[in-house]
Design a binder for this molecule. Structure first.
Ligand code: ZN
Length: 161
């Protein structure tokens, strides 16, 4: 259904027939100006960028184009910085079920990784759930450059140092 197409029956807008195997959304998601630059740096250079507001002494990760505290514009050329690929675990959870609800043989880990003053949510590898600690130092491991597509999945996972 096109975005301007008018729905004439309410039921048409209420359910998705899983038999069609495709979710009926045709529009594209955009990450915005800052998001696009942030993901381009992941893809092209394997770098995680933040942006710093000196007035507020805050370094946002992922990088933003405005400071959310004072609304100052954060210029890519002046205020953006490579924050490195290391951070620390701010929080984490163990995932025991697959997307379709089956029990996993081994739980996988998802962590909120603190880098500068921001957080990235990502997979955690190379460690068992009982070994993870808040504050544990971790490092991003990127996919090979030819496999990167300009999204957060360009980071394969974070691993303990
Ligand atoms: Zn600010």
């Amino acid at each position: 259904m096109a975005i301007l197409e008018r729905i004439t029956r309410n039921i048409d807008n209420r359910y998705w027939d899983p038999g069609t195997k495709a979710f009926p959304v045709k529009n594209r998601y955009t990450a915005g100006v800052a998001g696009q630059w942030f993901f381009e740096e992941l893809k092209e250079n394997g770098k995680i960028y933040g942006s710093r507001c000196e007035d507020c002494a805050v370094t946002y990760v992922p990088a933003r184009i405005y400071c959310e505290r004072c609304f100052k514009r954060l210029e890519k050329e002046k205020d953006w910085l490579d924050v490195g690929t290391e951070g620390e675990i701010h929080s984490f959870t163990a995932v025991h079920r697959t997307k379709t609800g089956e029990e996993k043989e081994e739980p996988s880990l998802v962590a909120a990784v603190k880098i500068a003053d921001g957080l990235l949510i990502h997979r955690l590898a190379g460690v068992k759930p009982e070994q993870v600690e808040i504050g544990m130092k971790v490092k991003a491991e990127f996919k090979p450059k030819d496999e990167r597509q300009g999204g957060i999945e360009d980071i394969k996972h974070f691993k303990p140092l």
